[in-house]
Write a protein that binds this ligand. Sequence first.
Ligand SMILES: *[C@@H]1O[C@H](CO)[C@@H](O)[C@H](O)[C@H]1NC(C)=O
Length: 272
Amino acid sequence: MAVATASDSLRSWRFGLLCLLVVVWRPAAAAGSYGGSPAGFKPTAWSLAHATFYGDETASETMGGACGYGNLFQNGYGTDTAALSSTLFDDGYACGQCYQIKCVQSPWCFKGVVFTTVTATNLCPPNWSQDSNAGGWCNPPRAHFDMSKPAFMKIAQWKAGIVPVMHRRVPCVRTGGIRFQFQGNGYWLLVYVMNVGGAGDVASMWVKGSRTGWISMSHNWGASYQAFATLGGQALSFKLTSYTTKETIVALNVAPSNWRVGMTYKANVNFR
Ligand SMILES: *[C@@H]1O[C@H](CO)[C@@H](O)[C@H](O)[C@H]1NC(C)=O
């Protein structure tokens, strides 16, 4: 009895030390990998989904996706992209989020490949004429990634067609500031928000002309936001709130007073 008590207390002491080590060690590791900003986005837990691919090796079919990023090469996303099932796509609020994806539990998985990282740039729509377990892979409530073929080919043999994957959200590592591509007309400004770092997503947005206060913008589709206002001839600033972290940043004087639709303007700030 006495022996059992002693070994129990030794065990619980060891467990306590282990917890202490885990607690002390974790923040240091996170700071080293992700810049250590307390407000920055941290990776989520891994969870199970499935992945397929669409298009061919050129990834040309991934251009012009439901997020509105247009040409993914010109706008910095390249071929490391995926279309998300509507469950993950979240009406476009997932646009710009970054995911690590690793192939699991399939002989088609490439051995020794830990994961690949993709940006959400498109919607994989449901197909109700196909069963959710036989072709209707993007039907709710399935979590599914329809990856570009080049991205899929980094984790598995394309002949697999579909593979189980583990996925988690990670901070988006972007070069430079948030980019704003302008569309619309003299009375309506439609802005596509691109190159968003950190959580990668946008919940809400405001615009301010040099002669106006902050004007709330509404979500149009994908990663675009709009304001019905006459803003021509004014330098424009933007304020954005992250969908995931709720952090707000201000990008002052992003566009000069002679801004035009069709142009892309770069801020010098970004989320982390
Ligand atoms: C949906 O599935 C049906 C049956 O396989 C197929 O014929 C059709 O092309 C699919 N629709 C889309 C939009 O992919």
